[in-house]
Design a binder for this molecule. Structure first.
Ligand code: ADP
Ligand code: MG
Length: 393
């Protein structure tokens, strides 16, 4: 198995999806849309605290093609990167009729169809994706936003991008039942080539930050592990942050200044709540500072902030794992690495690092020879967000 992951490109994905649609449904698709995965550069576990996040959209994409089928039944086929095929059908819904279910893949699709702001009649669709699944690069938001954008193409009803992100987030909350923040759906919708997006998760305003990285590579290393703990870790962290804000009588930890953390300690509050709050408050400042450093092309400072973020996620938020810590340690001791951190929700998934282009191959060699697992590398070229590729005409 290769250790390098190369994006297939939209054209190839759409060709594969169209071919599958023709062979499965016996006609040409008349609408198509795509949406990318994402990597968060910094601002981890703060979106649900109304903080700042700084993600980029990836060249890895989910493509959806299809057409109405003159029935009230929706049939969806999803072809995964390893060739595995999933298939499922459900009645064309109204929000009231479609019921949430377990976190099976089809519920991500159903949730979006249920929340689309127009009644959707029966359709057939094929999904093809090269976004790594369950690796912390948000295949779930990529799927949701790709399906939503496909429905816009199919119904010719386009909707404001922030509204679209919010509806897809709601779909993930209510159908597979994952209480995610807004970051993933937002960047997947609004990403721009050669830019990171500084998102203010309180006001939902965002600023495009140009990333000019002539001599620097944004390297992503997939640890290829995903620890299934109890499954309640993410909601627990969310609840602990909520408790901290409530104790401080604040709407969210976004409004907390560092000095207020002392008040939490004085209240004798749970030690874990103090640790989580300390991570969030400092991570929000680090994210703003990273955006400024990127604007100034001060990659050395960005790298330092990456390491600080990782240490905080590992020690205070406690969402890292031995494999992610080991990858960051290897990167820390490799010449040519400016900084590295885990990215995504944690307990596995990916590490993101800033690496001098001229030393990239030695850095990869170090990881291959020292990491106990089976790492997969890809270079993160900031890409465009979701788009309609073919209209129902
Ligand atoms: P991540 O978003 O980090 O990849 P999640 O656990 O949030 O991980 O979402 C992964 C889930 O999303 C998968 O288990 C599957 O149910 C669903 N999913 C994502 N992409 C696809 C796809 N192309 N086809 C079918 N299901 C998908
Ligand atoms: Mg996800």
């Amino acid at each position: 198995m290769s250790n390098e992951l190369i994006a297939k490109g939209e054209d190839r994905l759409i060709r594969e999806a169209k071919n599958k649609f023709v062979s499965r449904f016996g006609r040409e698709p008349r609408a198509a849309a795509s949406a990318p995965g994402r990597v968060n550069l910094i601002g981890e576990h703060v979106d649900y605290c109304e903080g700042y996040v700084l993600p980029v959209a990836l060249p890895f994409k989910t493509v959806v093609v299809g057409d109405f089928n003159n029935t009230e039944e929706c049939t969806i086929v999803s072809v995964l990167a390893d060739g595995q095929e999933l298939s499922s059908s459900f009645p064309a819904p109204t929000v009231a009729q479609l019921k949430p279910g377990p976190s099976s893949w089809i519920n991500y699709v159903k949730g979006v169809v249920a929340h689309f702001p127009r009644k959707v009649h029966g359709f057939d669709a094929v999904i093809v994706s090269d976004v790594p699944i369950g690796s912390g690069v948000s295949s779930s938001a990529s799927l949701e936003v790709a399906v939503f954008t496909f429905l816009e193409a199919l119904t010719k009803f386009e909707i404001d991008s922030v509204e679209k992100a919010l509806l897809c987030q709601k779909a993930e909350h209510e159908f597979p039942g994952m209480p995610c923040g807004i970051m993933d759906q937002y960047i997947v919708t609004l990403g721009r080539k050669d830019h990171a997006l500084l998102i203010d998760c309180r006001s939902l305003e965002s600023t495009q930050i140009p990333i000019v990285t002539e001599d620097i590579v944004i390297l992503v290393v997939n640890s290829n592990v995903k620890h299934q703990l109890t499954g309640s870790e993410y909601p627990q962290r969310r609840a602990q942050c909520h408790t901290a804000a409530t104790l401080l009588s604040l709407p969210s930890l976004r409004s907390a200044r560092v000095e207020l953390l002392k008040d939490l300690e004085d209240m004798n509050c749970d030690e874990l709540v103090v640790k989580r709050a300390t991570h969030v408050v400092n991570e929000i400042s680090r994210t703003e500072e990273t955006a400024n450093a990127l604007r100034n092309k001060d990659f050395k400072r960005v790298g330092e902030l990456f390491y600080q973020s990782h240490d905080s996620l590992s020690n205070l938020m406690e969402v890292s794992c031995p494999e992610l810590d080991q990858l960051v340690d290897i990167l820390r001791s490799s010449p040519g690495v400016l900084g590295a951190r885990m990215t995504g929700g944690g307990f596995g998934g990916c590490v993101v690092a800033l690496v001098n282009k001229s030393q990239l191959s030695d850095v990869k060699k170090n990881i291959l020879s020292q990491y106990n697992g089976n790492p997969v590398f890809f270079e993160c070229q900031p890409s465009d967000g979701a788009r309609i590729m073919l209209y129902n005409s």
